[in-house]
Design a protein around this ligand. Structure first.
Ligand SMILES: [Fe+2]
Ligand SMILES: [Fe+2]
Length: 148
C-alpha cells in the first residue's frame, strides 16, 4: 500500500535550503547533500514553467533518483566500513524513502495523480529530517573514528 505523507499535499512549496545547520561535518556527505538540495531546487524551478514541463520534470526526477542512489551508496559503504551499530535502522530509512519516491515518480509519469510539487515537498521535508536526525547521528559516529 502506497502512503503519501500529509505534507505532500501542502499547497505552498516547502523548499529545502542549504545552511550550516544541515552540515554533518564530513565533506563527502555534505557535498552530496548540497548537490541533492540543488537538484530539488532545479526541479522546483521547472514546475513554474507550465508548458513542456512534463518531460523536463521526468528527466530531473530521473537524475535526482540516481544521484540519491549514489549518495545512499556512499553512506552505506561508510556504515559497513566502520561497523555502525545503527546501520539497519538507517538502511531501512533509505529503503522506505526509495520505495515511496519510486512509486510517486511512477504515478507522476503514468497519470499525474501525483504532482511535481508534491514530490518536491516530500523530497524537501524528508531530506531535511533525515539529515538532521539520521545522517547527523551517523556522522557523529564517523567523526569520532577519524573520518572527516
Ligand atoms: Fe542517510
Ligand atoms: Fe544523507
Amino acid at each position: 500500500m502506497f502512503v503519501i505523507d500529509a505534507f505532500c499535499y501542502w499547497k505552498e512549496p516547502m523548499l529545502i535550503q542549504w545552511s550550516e545547520k544541515l552540515a554533518v561535518g564530513i565533506a563527502e556527505i555534505d557535498n552530496q547533500h548540497q548537490r541533492l538540495i540543488a537538484l530539488i531546487n532545479e526541479l522546483s524551478e521547472i514546475e513554474h514553467d507550465q508548458q513542456k514541463e512534463m518531460q523536463a520534470v521526468e528527466k530531473a526526477l530521473d537524475e535526482l533518483v540516481s544521484y540519491t542512489l549514489y549518495h545512499f551508496g556512499t553512506e552505506e559503504r561508510l556504515m559497513e566500513d566502520y561497523v555502525y551499530a545503527d546501520e539497519e535502522t538507517h538502511l531501512r530509512g533509505h529503503e522506505q524513502f526509495l520505495e515511496t519516491i519510486t512509486q510517486m515518480v511512477e504515478n507522476f509519469s503514468e497519470n499525474e495523480a501525483v504532482t511535481a510539487q508534491q514530490i518536491i515537498n516530500y523530497l524537501s521535508v524528508w531530506l531535511n529530517q533525515h539529515i538532521l536526525r539520521t545522517d547527523k547521528a551517523l556522522a557523529a559516529y564517523l567523526l569520532k573514528r577519524g573520518v572527516n
